[in-house]
Design a protein around this ligand. Structure first.
Ligand SMILES: CN(C)C(=N)NCCC[C@H](N)C(=O)O
Length: 288
């Protein structure tokens, strides 16, 4: 089993993660708290109340976990394609796999990465939603002191299954959308690259950016439900399950609730995924 894809997936994921985290924090807050009037209001309140550090809350755990999560995504994707088409990453420019095989490999990578991501994503979302400023004497203390304390508290208060709260919504968010992610990336690369050649850096950047946007636009409805399920349990249980969360969010806030955070998801998706694919392709070309 080639391991280069796992390593390249890990490093490229870390690059994208740091770039996109501030967008992600604002998005999570808008999806789960009704106290903000919109993106600008949320940015201003976060900055005034918590300084620039507020935008980077909850980032340490994703940085630690990106090794596992992104390497699973890219590694499983590439190795599934290898199993389906008997071509390695290098051979795929000369013998391009069908879009059906790319979609199946992307869905497989997405499904497995969702399971690895679930507990890390839950901790990230809980920490991102803590709006107390850090280290100010006299101000109220946040519930969780950091990622390890957060994980230990969830285990104690909600049991091991508490760490997987929202994982069904996460699986539904990531399985088909990651199939689409790789199909969009490959489709755009093929469109703008002469046959048999490797795509230029500009093509990789644009194709990666648009693959990110296309996948995040379609992922947003389940992203909202996932974030709400992950926050449920913090102060008792509000929802009886994923379907109940969907129904009651819809009843209370209308159809628009499923599109909360879509603008931010798309704005974040372009730079994050352009950088992710560029570093991924670059690293693989170094090891060729
Ligand atoms: C729509 N979804 C879930 C994705 N496209 N996921 C792939 C993740 C790529 C990058 N780390 C990111 O966070 O955008």
């Amino acid at each position: 089993m080639p391991v280069e894809e796992f390593v390249a997936g890990w490093i490229s994921g870390a690059v994208g993660l740091v770039l996109g985290h501030p967008f992600d924090t604002i998005k999570v807050r808008l999806q789960t708290q009704n106290t903000y009037q919109g993106i600008v209001d949320c940015i201003l309140k976060t900055y005034r109340h918590e300084s620039v550090l507020g935008f980077f809350k909850g980032m340490s755990f994703p940085i630690a976990s990106v090794a596992l999560v992104n390497s699973v995504l890219f590694g499983v994707y590439s190795n599934t394609l290898l199993a389906l088409t008997a071509t390695s990453h290098q051979e795929r420019r000369a013998q391009p796999p069908s879009y059906t095989n790319i979609f199946i490999a992307g869905c497989t990578g997405g499904l497995l990465q969702a399971y690895c991501l679930a507990p890390f994503d839950l901790i990230k979302v809980r920490l991102q939603n803590q709006t107390e400023p850090r280290m100010q004497i006299g101000s109220s203390q946040p519930r969780y002191r950091g990622p390890v304390h957060c994980a230990a508290s969830i285990l104690r208060e909600e049991g091991p299954q508490g760490l997987f709260r929202g994982s069904w919504a996460l699986v539904l968010r990531d399985t088909p959308t990651l199939g689409m992610y790789f199909v969009t990336y490959e489709g755009l690369c093929r469109q703008y690259t002469p046959e048999g050649q490797n795509p230029s850096s500009a093509t990789v950047l644009v194709a990666g950016g648009f693959a990110g946007i296309a996948s995040w636009i379609t992922a947003t409805p389940f992203d909202v439900i996932k974030s709400r399920m992950q926050m449920d349990g913090l102060k008792g249980r509000k929802y009886r399950g994923m379907l109940d969360c969907m129904a009651s969010s819809f009843q209370q806030e209308g159809i628009g609730v499923f599109f909360k955070g879509m603008t931010l998801n798309s704005a974040r998706a372009f730079p994050v995924n352009a950088a992710t694919f560029l570093s991924y392709e670059y690293l693989l070309s170094l090891w060729r």
